[in-house]
Ligand binder design. Sequence first.
Ligand code: NAG
Ligand code: NAG
Ligand code: NAG
Ligand code: NAG
Ligand code: NAG
Length: 646
Amino acid sequence: MFWGALLLLLSTNAVASRHDEDLMSFVTLPEVRALKWEIEHYDRERMAPGYIFVAPYGQISPERPTQKYQQYQVGPYIYDDSGMLIWAGSPMYDNENTFDFKPVNNIDSKTHLSFIVGWASDGSKKGHGALVSEHYEVEKEVQVINDLHDFNMHEFNILDGGKTAVACTYRNARVNLADFGRPTEESWVTVGGFVELDVATSEVLHQWDSLDKIALHESNMFHAWDGPATGEPGWDYVHINAVDKNEAGDYLISLRFTNTLYLISGKDGSIIWRLGGTESNFDQDFTFSKQHDAKFVSSNGTHHVISMLNNASDERGNDENTSSGLVVELDTTVNPMTARVIRRINRPDSGLTRLRGSFRPLPNGNYFVGWSERGYSSEHASNGDLLMTARFTSDRYSTYRSYKGEFTGRPVAPPDVVANVYGTDDKDTTTLIHVSWNGATDVVQWKFYAQSYDRGDPVYIGSTNKTDFESMYIADGYMDWVSAQAIDAEGNVMHTSKVMRTEIPSNWKASGWSGSKYGPSPDDPSIIVAANDASKLSSSNPSGISSDKAAELIGTNSTGSIASSDHSAAQYADAKEVAKAVYKAYDIIKGIGSLLVFLLVVGILGGAGFAIWRSIRDRRKRSYQHVPSEEGLPTEEIRLTSTGRE
Ligand SMILES: *[C@@H]1O[C@H](CO)[C@@H](O)[C@H](O)[C@H]1NC(C)=O
Ligand SMILES: *[C@@H]1O[C@H](CO)[C@@H](O)[C@H](O)[C@H]1NC(C)=O
Ligand SMILES: *[C@@H]1O[C@H](CO)[C@@H](O)[C@H](O)[C@H]1NC(C)=O
Ligand SMILES: *[C@@H]1O[C@H](CO)[C@@H](O)[C@H](O)[C@H]1NC(C)=O
Ligand SMILES: *[C@@H]1O[C@H](CO)[C@@H](O)[C@H](O)[C@H]1NC(C)=O
């Protein structure tokens, strides 16, 4: 009967969420609705280690709060390569749009995260580049301290060592149209450039822009016959979307509206060479257009290996039929200089990536491509073989770039635990414990503890392997105060949750309760555990609900494990009776809070009371090293009164 009620409860939840099936939901983080993935693996063995980093958004410009979708779907998110959520970052920045979210492994021996965030829809905040530690604590916020209108969303590229970062800039200027043969006219244009910033102070160390360096006629966006822009922002004639720097101190930039990559001298800002577009300095065995995410793979002064997402499509149309990731090798020692494709990775669905995207070699030689729309991403072996594709189940979201990389997450915040008790009478109460630890990597197991009162000693009640973002454990009886420990592969305790009070149904009768009119009373976990252990030894033919049966009813055995229910009904009932007596006695003492009254109670209860008192005293004296009891519980969590809960 109880299991029937539980099944009903779970299926009711499923019905309630059918309209947003493309979103995850969690008992422990009810506000977070992370996007689900559709992932196809073609060869898992050859996949690179690491997690997937995306920053889904519905609409690029900062949105005013709307009722359109529920909170906490956009922002920085980490998943594993089977689509399991690792970190929901939207609560950190209150659901703000985030761009260029990635793991940063070039600063020190620790892994970090970086992203661009923090514009205000009313223009009052310019946004910043954030560098975040593996503890999810902000280490640096690189602000816009010059006259730029915002921290441009395309790129926040922290350079080796972590002292400086490069970012794209957009700035409006008036230019003469002599280049278009109209020397008497002027137009507003959006000038594209980059800055190198001091990560610690936000100071602008170096800046460059296209004004007077890249002529209007290089643009494929505006032409001699276009009427001038009479107001700001003007013609976005170059559209910078990527910047990188090599060891020689020169900068590689990508301008989408000139179909060209440029090497810019770090010494004097001159253009050293152009690759692609109408004025390429190279003999090329390939073409590309509307490219993204151009980066140095290697660069030694004369030879450069460059990766980029080509090709061939934007909001106006497509030049080719499929987009691709390209790795090209440039030799500048020959005349003419040569550029050769050394790897081409076509979009697996043969589609076109309109706008946005990313393409990076991984440390093991694989490639990871972000095709952007709906988060479509793919991983390829170094020879190009397709290993995996992934996309958001939802078609409402995209991500500007997506990355794969190794990362260790060790949140400072403890794991979140939510527990609920269910049952139809005192003999079949069961406590469902949900636990998650947002952002933690490498948790392999959860251990669960219960205690009969808020400052009691934690009693180990069982464990479950972690196989999903949130894990569930089902414990026999009514465990009033519970906690969970995250365990790593070596068996070490990584962190311990707060001790949480188990939630009770607000209306027991409506939940099918047929026991005491006050609802169930909490059990003493040590007695339940002892009774279960004893029955495991003695009982060969269990009468309780088996683990398999329970798993079947709940419809899963991947996220939850079932506490042993193999006990004889009689022993269990005895244990419940004793537990109830202990709890009542403790409740009275706690409620009145006086030793005198306690002694009075002991007198009234006589020998039995004394035994109970001794058991409480003994339990208090026992020491449990693993779980420190929570001394600083806020008062609202301590609601040990007898009202309606006897
Ligand atoms: C785009 O990719 C196609 C197919 O892979 C290739 O043939 C073509 O040269 C590329 N287009 C450009 C403009 O580079
Ligand atoms: C740069 O790399 C190329 C190709 O790997 C190599 O042939 C050349 O000698 C290198 N030049 C220097 C200065 O290291
Ligand atoms: C693109 O596809 C169309 C129709 O399938 C075909 O006619 C055309 O030749 C293709 N273009 C290229 C460059 O492959
Ligand atoms: C939990 O994980 C351990 C170690 O991987 C494994 O040996 C054990 O069988 C797992 N337990 C369950 C119930 O899956
Ligand atoms: C539980 O897991 C096992 C092994 O993974 C599987 O064979 C079985 O069908 C699962 N049971 C249920 C109820 O999902």
